[in-house]
Design a protein around this ligand. Sequence first.
Ligand SMILES: NC(=O)c1ccc[n+]([C@@H]2O[C@H](COP(=O)([O-])OP(=O)(O)OC[C@H]3O[C@@H](n4cnc5c(N)ncnc54)[C@H](OP(=O)(O)O)[C@@H]3O)[C@@H](O)[C@H]2O)c1
Length: 243
Amino acid sequence: MNVRTIALVTGANKGIGYEIAAGLGALGWSVGVGARDDRRREAAVEKLRATGVDAFGVALDVTDDASVTTAAQVIEEQAGRLDVLVNNAAVAGGMPQEPTSVDLATVRTVVETNVLGVIRVTNTMLPLLRRSASPRIVNMSSSVGSLTRQSGTAGEPTTGPVAVAYAPSKTFLNAVTVQYARELSGTNILINAGCPGYVATDLNGFRGVRTPEQGAAIAITLATLPDDGPTGQFFEDAGVVPW
Ligand SMILES: NC(=O)c1ccc[n+]([C@@H]2O[C@H](COP(=O)([O-])OP(=O)(O)OC[C@H]3O[C@@H](n4cnc5c(N)ncnc54)[C@H](OP(=O)(O)O)[C@@H]3O)[C@@H](O)[C@H]2O)c1
């Protein structure tokens, strides 16, 4: 059995996911680079290895049962267990997403990836996580999923564009995170949601103002929580994000 801490990051071939893999790798961890495209995955693994990270590729499409099952087998063979799962992969679904004119196929695709994908990956990896002394699950969410922030009810300007697929998919994911934390209370598994801030990546046409490395910081914090750390909560770098 591998003595290093073992992590899997979904959607780790680019953007924030790549930087989460780099950041966890810099801690000396062994990092599974989950990515659906062979070429992009291998390029990311090579790039990480070139910086000294103990990275290994994990073919992984979060929307595909067979792919996720095979990914768990790869980790089982590679490491025999999983210590940290970062559910980072997501899609924005394309804008505009105005509620009155949205194509239902867009909503389905976004929920399939951003919510059902997280449940699928988490449940498939859970037997491996249960073998860890300190399992951690990090769900990459967004403050646009905060009902308080998207509605502006805290007296601040509304956060994010009007988007009936992406923003609610993160609200759904936040609730999913809470439900897991409730079921898993009494175990050593901590599960939290994190918001990276507005980061320049493909997801938003590189309009974000933070770097992917800055965006990865909250995931690293939540991946390295102590055993008495929080669970079922939603954080950004500055602290708790209101639901
Ligand atoms: N950027 C921001 O400002 C921002 C703000 C708040 C929250 N977030 C969240 O942060 C996370 C990372 O976003 P990002 O900005 O880094 O986006 P990104 O650059 O577009 O990266 C998204 C990653 O998810 C992967 N992915 C998408 N669908 C997948 C699937 N079905 N199976 C496996 N992988 C899949 C992509 O792979 P491909 O290369 O194959 O497409 C890519 O690796 C997401 O959860 C996002 O919602 C981002």
